[in-house]
Design a protein around this ligand. Sequence first.
Ligand code: NI
Length: 255
Amino acid sequence: MIDTHAHLTEKVLYEDLDNIIKKAKEFGVNDIISVGMTNTHNIRAIKIAEKYENVYATVGIHPNEATREKLDLNLLREQANHKKVIAIGEIGIDLYRNKETLEIQKKYFIKQIKLAMELDLPIIVHSRNSAEVIYDILKDYKGVKGVMHCYSEHPELVSKFIDLGFYISVGGIVTFKSAEVVRDIAKMIPIDRLLIETDAPYLAPMPYRGKRNEPAYVKYTMLKLAEVKNINEKELVNIMRENTYRLFSKMKRKS
Ligand code: NI
């Protein structure tokens, strides 16, 4: 399995990395993508990727940081050229937590989309209460590739993001009893566009809901997804691995 979205740079994980990465391997998680979000976290993500062979990094400024963090495109470009930096992210729009900063969020998002296109890297998109706004932006940048991470908004937009060439990533919420919408979304995602993630340390799947999440637990999300998609677990893991390598083409194939 590959955890395509974890925040190993967050203190609760960062302080315990040796154990977390060892446990992930024991659970069958071979690769982890450590997603950046601020200038400090981006640097730290790269350091982790340099230290651990099976960890990759991404760099970007998260929409909820748009008013606090400087967007230095030259720095991001330089970091993105690192051999283990495989995507720009996470970037996007958040109208749940920061409705009043939409204009600056848009500016940051668009500039980072353009950078990803220039570097031919995929983007990792954060969307909260903002899927329509994001769709309207992305459709103007045909050719950019990427993933809607932990997608849990309008199911009717799933096919539109798919038509743009995007992948959709499912996280631990799919295991929650009340998350019928996320299971409906998972059913709608074509199998060749499906990715899996933890978003650790947040959103731990059942039976760890409410606890610290970590890459190992992507396994529980995978088991639930296999049930929802009515597909053999091994086959699902293989397909999602192919999907991950197809989208994040800078990753080094393990098998
Ligand atoms: Ni995230």
